[in-house]
Design a binder for this molecule. Sequence first.
Ligand code: CMC
Length: 436
Amino acid sequence: MSSLKRAGDVTITIEGTNRSATLPLLAGTLGPPAVDIRKLYQELGVFTFDPGYGETASCESKITYIDGDAGVLLYRGYPIEQLAEKSDFVEVCYLLMYGELPTAEQLAHFRRGVTYHTMVHEQLRRFFDGFRRDAHPMAVMCGVVGALAAFYHDNLDINDPRQREIAAYRLIAKVPTIAAWAYKYSLGQPFIYPRNDLSYAANFLHMLNAVPAEEYKVSPTLEKAMDLILILHADHEQNASTSTVRLAGSTGANPFACIAAGIAALWGPAHGGANEAVLKMLSDIGHPKNIPAFINEVKDKNSHTKLMGFGHRVYKNFDPRAKIMKESCHAVLKELGVTHEPLLELAMELERIALTDEYFISRKLYPNVDFYSGIILKAMGIPTSMFTVIFAVARTIGWISQWKELIEDPSQRIGRPRQVYTGPPRRDYVPIEARG
Ligand code: CMC
């Protein structure tokens, strides 16, 4: 059921002609209204042109709201700051998926359901053997999460709400197991099976760090930090990977395959791969004395160098997740007894210089979530190649909630953008002897 309200009309006239169309202006609960252009081509014979979809609302959604100018992020209306402080990741998963905070009973039931699905089919283990030892864990994630489609395809009816719900449980529960095994595989260590007596974050850390030869106790500091990282990355409205999941889902594709498509989109350095790129950038800079030269390189249009972890398509102010991440970064390092972390000091100096530089000020470029997340993950002993994998584990709930919303939306159609063609006009085939 659509909750969009008619907020007025917009009339578009093609100058120099008598052709004009009156289109509805649709308003949601928060944020700017949108011109409903669904009849534009029919009425005026024109398309809209918006590469990168920066000004286009591709769907109606009740899940996440961002006010990029004010630096606000809400999950189902709840501010990210409150959820980061008071909630935990599994409760946030429930909220994103069902739209409301659970009662104690609903939460216990949900936790049990997620826990129940943490193991993967033993046959799925064999997929790992097909990868080279040095394969990037995101490549392994794309392959193995996509392979889940082969295990749950024939009996999965996406039009049945219960089956959609079970697919969601399976994904939330199994993705950490697959992620941890991708890491273990790269180390050549035995896979560690899930432990259902541990919290979601602790179980994930256990599968990442434990070895069968000795007992591994999950540090409560690391457990808390991991839970926070998962909450902060859980959803972010129609970003590139979520839009990829929705586009794939709009064809009626298997949900596990849709999530694998989302993982592929997340991997890019402009999106989730930025956390890995930030650490590489910091270690390349090496010392605060090299920052001015690096900033000059970033400002040089011919260099193609970006200040990774800075800038955002929607936030033209501080990314609220970055603020929480920065505070948590200090707290985690303190709790871990790290008194001097050169990378953190370098990052803070880089941030200070960038925030006072006209180039970044005029373009409203602020630190995003990835600027500090890599430093926390590094302090937690997580290798750089796993950073984006952890983002993928967290974002799985966002992807599957958005996929469910899409399938349940009666106005949903196959995603199929148009284009403005600038190639050659119609021409006739030229035989090879006549080409010159
Ligand atoms: N360093 C230097 N210049 C930048 C940066 C940056 N990180 N980001 C944007 N700019 C410049 C850009 O060159 C352009 O300059 P001009 O107007 O002179 O051509 C201007 O700022 C506007 O940028 P844009 O490319 O139009 O912005 P966009 O919305 O297309 O791109 C972005 C957004 C996130 C891809 C980009 O800011 C970027 O590449 N940032 C670095 C990568 C990064 O940290 N990504 C993580 C995003 S947050 C986590 C997530 O949700 O995935």
